[in-house]
Design a protein around this ligand. Structure first.
Ligand code: HEC
Ligand code: HEC
Length: 83
């Protein structure tokens, strides 16, 4: 009897209004770093092959490695570190 009453009360309860979550903190990187970027260079995750980026990184980081769309270029952090 008591259990049934409790269910009835729950069913009649007004919908709980959940407050909107706070906005996320300001993001610097707009796109997540892919999981295959496994080489940590002082906190910057590089994909293996960073010593010879042309043909490997340029598809996403720009044909001139200066960025494409939301993906930063290599020169965002340093100069030409490769051959
Ligand atoms: C399939 C697409 C793709 C390829 C290929 C790729 N990257 Fe990236 N990379 C990304 C994306 C997306 C991000 C995240 C956006 C950003 O950091 O600008 C990123 C981020 C990075 C970052 C910044 C990571 C950090 O910790 O902030 C480095 C460094 C980097 N890539 C190096 C490389 C190197 C070196 C290569 C080639 C050997 C490479 N990437 C190839 C897509 C790619
Ligand atoms: C988010 C910043 C960031 C981005 C973007 C980035 N790098 Fe780096 N990179 C670093 C840091 C930090 C180091 C280590 C300190 C240094 O050598 O200046 C480094 C070092 C390197 C080195 C020298 C590594 C060694 O062991 O000698 C190469 C080569 C390199 N990056 C290539 C690339 C290429 C290619 C890209 C673009 C596809 C790229 N980096 C994008 C931060 C970045």
């Amino acid at each position: 009897m008591l259990a049934g009453a409790a269910v009835a009360v729950a069913a009649c309860a007004p919908a709980v209004i959940v407050p909107a979550p706070p906005p996320p903190p300001a993001v610097v990187v707009e796109v997540a770093v892919p999981a295959d970027h496994t080489r940590d260079k002082h906190g910057a995750l590089h994909r293996p092959g960073y010593k010879r980026p042309i043909g490997v990184c340029d598809a996403c980081h720009g044909s001139d490695l200066r960025g494409a769309g939301k993906v930063r270029g290599c020169f965002a952090c340093h100069g030409k570190e490769w051959d």
